[in-house]
Design a protein around this ligand. Structure first.
Ligand SMILES: Nc1nc2c(c(=O)[nH]1)N[C@H]1C(S)=C(S)[C@@H](COP(=O)(O)O)O[C@H]1N2
Ligand SMILES: [Mo]
Length: 388
């Protein structure tokens, strides 16, 4: 690989003779100041790319497309727009196929929804879990434009007795030990008929007013607002209506949690709805803060469909709590920003924490619930800071 320095030298050599920049002088001594450092995605994995939104740089309510986190299990499938079509079949009267042009010509709607990976925050689990170790950046918020999935289900005429709708992507691969897949499998997941026919469950082709990029599911993806991200299938290929629950890889071996509904007999169930959660963006962990000056604690909270009612901040590791100010902008499925002005932080080590409450009365827990295995990581994460 070319180093930064040799790249620059190559560039210098290509310049017209009149310009005599000396690269060795530029890079002698200290690195030049990063006057306009623009944050970019943080790689957890390449090929397939799994990239974190730089949450500590949180600024926009709508995450810019090039900063929206990327979570892909397999390589991005090569899809040609003019060859793409979506098939709707299974437990329906009239199976059919629809092309991109025809789909985009349908009456579209736009909805803001946050996507959060069910593994977001996994780096904070102890003991460390297998799987991608997301920090706080497996979450982003965007406007999605498309049609309700219900529109196509209506056209296909779902038969009586249907219970679920499986969404299948064009991407596929083989998953190895410890839980090998049945050969090469596509990414697929099901929704109960009620969620699939909700007017808010979309087949989207635009994100923040622009065509979906390959990484985010070009040409068409599902957006299932209020659910963890794994339900929002990218690169849609096929929609299958079924008359019995689907038990594919990504809702059995993966993306499942234990529940204890009856008789204390733990039951494994697929991850579905988002839980209430907040994250502090700034200050970030291990940041050095000036003593005696006010410090603004800033972050975002979300709960899926219910609105965020309250966010509280602790500057003493959870002993005492004070209300944060919530941003005016508040709507179902999206995140809500908050801030808290920490006046006069005293010299020493401090631990910041945030705790959100939603309109359903759900409160963000302080402790990790191990029944959730490696998913749905919503407990309040302590943020250690030094005040000097
Ligand atoms: N076809 C397909 N759809 C997929 C995935 C995938 O790997 N393949 N990943 C899912 C997961 S786990 C998440 S969190 C979201 C992430 O969407 P994004 O990459 O646009 O942020 O896509 C979901 N849809
Ligand atoms: Mo995910």
């Amino acid at each position: 690989m070319l180093s930064r320095r040799s790249l620059l030298q190559t560039a210098v050599l290509a310049l017209p003779g009149a310009l005599t920049l000396d690269a060795s002088r530029l890079f002698a001594g200290a690195e030049p100041a990063r006057a306009e450092a623009i944050p970019g995605l943080f790689p957890l994995q390449r090929n397939p790319d799994n990239l974190e939104f730089p949450f500590r740089d949180l600024q926009d309510w709508q995450t810019p497309n090039d900063l929206f986190y990327v979570r892909s299990h397999f390589d991005v499938p090569p899809i040609k727009a003019d060859e793409w079509s979506l098939r709707i079949e299974g437990h329906v009267e009239r199976p059919f196929e629809i092309g991109l042009k025809e789909l985009r010509a349908l009456q579209s709607t736009t909805l803001t929804a946050l996507l959060e990976c069910a593994g977001n925050g996994r780096v904070y689990l102890s003991p460390l879990q297998a799987g991608l170790r997301w920090g706080h950046g497996g979450v982003s918020n965007a406007d999605w434009t498309g049609i309700p999935l219900a529109m196509l289900l209506e056209r296909a005429q779902v038969k009586a007795g249907a219970v679920e709708v499986i969404l299948e992507g064009h991407d596929k691969g083989r998953i190895g030990p410890p839980n090998p897949s049945a050969g090469e499998i596509p990414f697929a997941r099901s929704l109960p008929l009620s969620k699939a026919t909700s007017e808010h469950t979309l087949l989207a082709w635009q994100m923040n007013g622009e065509e979906l990029t390959p990484a985010h599911g070009f040409p068409v993806r599902a957006v299932v607002p209020g659910w963890y991200g794994m339900a929002s299938i990218k690169w849609l290929k096929r929609i299958v209506v079924t008359n019995r629950p689907f038990t594919g890889y990504f809702q059995t071996f993966n993306y499942t949690i234990w529940t204890r509904p009856e008789h204390s007999l733990a039951t494994l169930v697929p991850v579905t709805e988002l839980d209430v959660k907040s994250q502090i963006a700034r200050p970030s962990a291990f940041e050095k803060i000036a003593a005696g000056k006010p410090c603004r604690v800033f972050g975002a909270a979300w709960a899926g469909e219910p609105l965020i009612d309250k966010v509280e901040i602790s500057t003493d590791g959870g002993n005492t709590w004070q209300p944060a100010t919530l941003a005016q902008q508040s709507q179902p499925y999206a995140w809500r920003f908050f801030h808290f002005d920490w006046t006069n932080p005293a010299s020493g080590e401090h631990t910041l924490m945030a705790r959100a409450t939603d309109a359903r009365g759900r409160v963000q827990p302080m402790q990790r619930d191990d029944d959730r295995r490696d998913a749905m990581i919503t407990h309040s994460v302590p943020v250690p800071v030094s005040v000097r």
